[in-house]
Design a binder for this molecule. Structure first.
Ligand SMILES: C[S@@+](CC[C@H](N)C(=O)[O-])C[C@H]1O[C@@H](n2cnc3c(N)ncnc32)[C@H](O)[C@@H]1O
Length: 332
């Protein structure tokens, strides 16, 4: 009897944002696999730690060290491809032995997740289930209370690895945009946003929903440093059509969906940027005051330096995959 492959999303970082379905899948796992950079702990594993059973065998899938190979060198791509092939073979050995293998994935497994490299190689061969996870972007815009898209807004999700001109072109045509894989791409993203006339609206979120979350208007970020777990949110909806929205949902009252800071700013007739700034300098709605306001966790403070040492182990997980040029149409 063959085993089962289960790709499990762990959500964006806050351990409370893991789903019941993910917890149940972990409870029946014989093997729990997670991708990580050598010498680092997988962020997905850290998020799900409390739910990994004592009897489960853990299977870290460790990215090869590739620092000596330039990213645009075909040799780099080959090393990464070989790694995914080998990882799939390792997981397959367990499946062939009848084991239930859970593969953890930060956020959602089928949204820029390393799990996908196993899925495309194994899902047609073994019974497979995918447990959706809360994506990083959703966790981040909720954590900072930033309404992102409404009505006819077009929302673009862009990897920060795209060339600068392409980023600017796509942001120009979008009402709302999410830029993933910020990290070392931040200076380029900043320039592209400026070209598209959207820098003033952009909100930077680092380690969203995690204890060390930092957020601020991107225009107020004092440096070009960003952790691997960073995202840029460009909101589309600014609340102007609030009455039409309420008409669609008669049970709600005007402004109900907005964070208190954003609503207050609207009441005072301020422009949308001021409203956004107010919204994300207040404590995130979902986590309230639970996160300590100590060094590194102050929100909306433009001068706040990122506590690199504190979360270093989170930064590089999946970095090899993230640094690879975006090529969505080629097989991984
Ligand atoms: C390989 S993608 C993984 C996306 C994930 N599967 C999801 O569903 O959101 C990694 C990128 O997601 C973003 N990301 C993931 N978690 C994040 C967090 N907690 N805060 C901010 N950005 C995050 C960063 O842009 C990071 O470079």
């Amino acid at each position: 009897m063959s085993g089962q492959l289960i790709g499990v999303g762990t959500g964006p970082g806050d351990p409370e944002l893991i789903t019941l379905k993910a917890v149940n899948a972990l409870a029946r796992a014989d093997v729990v696999a997670h991708f990580a950079k050598r010498g680092h702990v997988s962020n997905a594993r850290t998020i799900a730690a409390a739910h990994i059973g004592r009897k489960a065998v853990e299977l870290p899938l460790l990215y090869p060290v590739t620092t000596e190979i330039p990213k645009d060198d075909p040799a780099y791509k080959k090393v990464i491809q070989d790694f995914y092939e080998e990882s799939a073979r390792t997981v397959e050995e367990h499946l062939a032995a009848g084991h239930t293998v859970v593969v953890l994935s930060e956020g959602d497994p089928l949204f820029f997740g390393s799990y996908m490299h196993l899925h495309v190689r194994l899902a047609h061969l073994y019974p497979t289930e995918v447990v959706a996870g809360i994506t990083a972007m959703s966790g981040c815009w909720s954590a900072v209370g930033l309404p992102i898209a409404q009505g006819d807004d077009v929302l673009s999700v862009l990897p920060g690895t795209l060339p600068e001109s392409e980023l600017a072109r796509r942001m120009d045509g979008a009402d709302a945009a999410i830029i993933m894989k910020v990290g070392r791409n931040l200076p380029k993203i900043r320039r592209a946003l400026e070209t598209a006339g959207k820098l003033g609206e952009a909100v930077f979120v680092e380690r969203g929903t995690m204890e060390a979350m930092v957020t601020m208007p991107l225009s107020e970020k004092p440096n070009d440093k960003a952790a691997y777990f960073s995202i840029v949110l460009v909101p589309g909806w600014r609340g102007q059509e609030i009455n039409a929205d309420v008409a669609d949902h008669p049970g709600s009252s005007p402004g109900q969906a907005l964070s208190p800071a954003l609503r207050q700013a609207q009441d005072e007739g301020e422009e949308s940027l001021a409203a956004m700034k107010g919204a994300h300098s207040s404590p995130p709605q979902n986590v309230g005051e639970r996160w300590p306001r100590e060094a590194g966790s102050v929100r909306g403070s433009p001068a706040e330096e990122i506590p690199q040492a504190k979360a270093n182990h989170l930064d590089e997980t999946n970095a090899a995959a993230a640094d690879a040029p975006a090529s969505p149409r080629t097989r991984p």
